[in-house]
Design a protein around this ligand. Structure first.
Ligand code: NAD
Length: 517
C-alpha cells in the first residue's frame, strides 16, 4: 500500500509568535559577527555563507565561512583570561550561571523563534531545547561541591595525601545544526564553572540562535575572554583542532567528522570528546501496549523531522508480523501536520537544507530499489505559502533488509524503516551488529524481556517503553561504538571530569621542623 501525502490547510504559519508574552521582536544583523574578548568583531576571513530559513528557502543572514585568524585571536584572548578566571572562587563563578539561567528563561520565546526560523523545527521543539540547556546550567551550579577533591590523612605516619581538581585552561565546543541551543550547554556551563575559559563554534547552518544568546549574555558582565563565540565551517574547526592554547574540545556531529575531530585533536595533544551519528532501533515485542507504543514511535521518528540523534529510525517487530501495529503507525504518521514550525498547530517542520532533502529522497528511492516496500511516501509534499521550503512528509518503508543501505545508513530525516525478527535474541543481535550505538528502545510488558534488552544491547542510551532515551542533565549523554569517540561524555559528572584535571599532593610536615610558639 502506498499513501501519498495530501496537505491539510496550513494558514497561520507566519510570525504570530512574536506577539506572545515576553517576546520582543528581534532583528538580526544581516552580517553575523564573532564575539571575542567581550566585543563584537567582524571575521577576518573574506568568505561568507548564507543562512537560509529551511521552511521558506529564503536567505536570512550571512555568516563568516571562517578563518584561522579568528580562532587565533579568540584563543589568545581566552588564554589571557584563564589566570584570573581560575583564581575566581567557584562560588563566584557560578553566580554568572544563575544569571544565565534567568536570561534564558526570560527570553525563551524570542530565542525559540530564532531557532525555529533557522533550523526548521517546531516552536515547541525549540522551547524544549531551552529547557534542557537550563537544566544543564542548573547542574553546573553544583560545581563548588562537585569539584571538591579528596583527602587521606596519615598515609604513613606524618604524611598526608590529597587531590584537587583544576581547570584545563581553554576549551571549545563545535556543534551540529540540529540542536542550536541545547548542545553547547552540554559542555560550556560545566567548563566555565570549573574555571576554564571557552569558545563556542556553532554550526554555520544555524549561527543566529547562539549569536542572539551571546548578545543576551552581555548582560552577565563576564570578564572579557571568558566566553567567546567564533563562527565558520571547516577552516575554523581545523584552527581549533590545531591551536596550542585550546586544551579540550567537545564535538557533536556526524560520525565521519567526529572521527576526524577525535584523531586530529588527539594528534595535537588535546583532550577530545566527539559524539557522532546514529541509527536508533525500537524493538516492539508481541506483548507491547500498542496505543502507547504507536504514539511514542511516531513522535520519536518524525519529531524534529527525524533530525534528532536519538530519533527512532528503525522499528523491529518481534514475532508474528503485526499488521495492526503497522497500520496504526501509518495512521498516526498521517496525522502529523507538516509546515512552518512557528505555527502552534504544526507537528513537523522541514529538513535543514535543499541538499539534505535531495539526499534523503535519494536514499528512499534506493531503499525501494533495494526491495523495501513503500508504506507511506512523504516525498513531494507541498506546504501552502512555503512552496520553496525543504519539506518531506513522514515516510515509512516496510520489509527493509538488514543488509540494505537504507537500514545501515543514518538518514537523518523523517523516514522510518520497519523489519521483522523472529525472537528478541535476533533483534538484539541486529542492533549489536550495527555500526552505531547511540540508543535503542524496547516496548514490552515483560520485565524479563526489558531486563535482557537493557543488559545485552550494546548502545549507550536505553529506553524501556520510551521513544527518545535522552538523558537528563544530571546523567551523562552516553553513546557507544561509532556514535562516540573518547572516554567522557557530555553533561553532568562526565563534563566535570572532562573539563578538569586532578592534581595529587603528598605532604610531609614533621613536628620537629615546626617552630614552637
Ligand atoms: P556535521 O558533522 O556536518 O557538522 C557538525 C560540525 O562540524 C559543524 O559545526 C560543522 O561546521 C563542522 N564540520 C562539518 N564538516 C566538517 C569537516 N569536514 N571538517 C571539520 N569540521 C566540519 O553534522 P550536522 O549535519 O551539523 O549534524 C547532524 C549530525 O550530528 C548527525 O549525524 C547526528 O546524528 C549528529 N548528532 C549527534 C548527536 C549525539 O549526541 N551523538 C547529537 C546531535 C547530532
Amino acid at each position: 500500500m502506498t499513501i501519498m501525502w495530501k496537505r491539510k490547510r496550513s494558514s497561520d504559519i507566519f510570525c504570530k509568535f512574536l506577539c506572545k508574552k515576553n517576546s520582543k521582536p528581534f532583528v538580526m544583523e544581516d552580517k553575523i559577527r564573532n564575539y571575542i574578548n567581550g566585543q563584537w568583531i567582524d571575521s577576518r576571513g573574506q568568505a561568507s555563507l548564507d543562512v537560509v530559513n529551511p521552511a521558506t528557502g529564503k536567505r536570512m543572514a550571512e555568516v563568516p565561512a571562517g578563518s584561522k585568524e579568528d580562532v587565533k585571536f579568540a584563543a589568545e584572548k581566552a588564554h589571557i583570561a584563564c589566570s584570573s578566571w581560575q583564581n575566581t572562587p567557584a562560588t563566584q563563578r557560578i553566580q554568572y550561571l544563575f544569571k544565565m539561567k534567568r536570561i534564558l528563561e526570560e527570553n525563551e520565546y524570542e530565542i525559540a523563534e530564532i531557532c525555529t526560523n533557522e533550523c526548521g523545527k517546531t516552536i515547541a521543539e525549540s522551547r524544549a531545547e531551552i529547557l534542557r540547556a537550563i537544566e544543564n546550567i542548573e547542574v553546573a551550579c553544583g560545581i563548588p561541591k562537585l569539584m571538591q577533591g579528596g583527602f587521606s590523612e596519615n598515609i604513613t605516619t606524618g604524611i598526608d595525601e590529597f587531590f584537587i581538581r583544576q581547570p584545563l585552561g581553554t576549551g571549545a565546543c563545535i556543534s551540529p545544526f540540529n540542536f542550536p541551543i541545547m548542545i553547547p550547554f552540554w559542555f560550556m556551563p560545566y567548563a566555565i564553572a570549573c574555571g576554564n575559559t571557552y569558545i563556542v563554534k556553532p554550526s554555520e547552518k544555524v549561527p543566529m540562535t547562539m549569536t542572539r544568546i551571546f548578545e543576551l549574555f552581555e548582560e552577565l558582565n563576564l570578564p572579557p575572554g571568558v566566553l567567546n563565540l567564533v563562527h565558520g565551517g571547516k577552516e575554523t574547526v581545523d584552527a581549533i583542532l590545531e591551536h596550542p592554547f585550546i586544551q579540550a574540545i567537545s564535538f557533536v556531529g556526524s560520525t565521519a567528522v567526529a572521527k576526524y575531530i577525535y584523531q586530529t585533536g588527539a594528534s595535537h595533544g588535546k583532550r577530545v570528546q566527539a559524539q557522532g551519528g546514529a541509527k536508533n532501533p525500537v524493538v516492539v515485542m508481541p506483548d507491547a501496549e500498542l496505543e502507547t507504543a504507536v504514539k511514542i514511535i511516531t513522535d520519536s521518528a518524525f519529531g524534529c523531522a527525524g533530525q534528532r540523534c536519538l530519533a527512532a529510525s528503525v522499528v523491529i517487530l518481534v514475532g508474528q508480523t503485526d499488521k495492526e501495529l503497522v497500520d496504526r503507525i501509518i495512521r498516526s504518521a498521517l496525522e502529523k501536520k507538516v509546515g512552518y514550525g512557528l505555527s502552534d498547530s504544526v507537528d513537523m517542520g522541514p529538513v535543514i537544507s535543499k541538499q539534505s532533502k535531495a539526499r534523503i529522497e535519494t536514499l528512499i528511492e534506493r531503499g525501494i530499489q533495494g526491495g523495501a516496500t513503500m508504506l507511506l511516501d512523504g516525498r513531494g509534499i507541498k506546504v501552502r505559502d512555503c512552496e520553496d521550503g525543504y519539506f518531506i512528509g513522514p515516510t515509512i518503508l516496510g520489509n527493509v533488509n538488514p543488509d540494505s543501505e537504507i537500514y545501515k545508513t543514518e538518514i537523518f530525516g523523517p523516514v522510518l524503516s520497519i523489519l521483522h525478527a523472529d525472537t528478541l535474541e535476533e533483534a538484539i543481535s541486529l542492533i549489536n551488529n550495527s555500526l552505531y550505538g547511540n540508543s535503542a528502545c524496547i516496548f514490552t510488558r515483560s520485565g524479563a524481556a526489558a531486563r535482557k534488552f537493557r543488559h545485552e544491547t550494546m548502545v549507550g542510551n536505553i529506553g524501556v517503553n520510551i521513544g527518545i532515551a535522552a538523558p537528563m542533565a544530571f546523567f551523562p549523554f552516553s553513546g557507544w561504538k561509532e556514535s562516540f569517540y573518547g572516554d567522557l561524555h557530555g553533561q553532568s559528572l562526565h563534563a566535570l571530569e572532562f573539563y578538569t584535571q586532578t592534581k595529587v599532593v603528598i605532604e610531609r610536615w614533621h613536628e620537629a621542623w615546626t617552630r614552637k610558639f
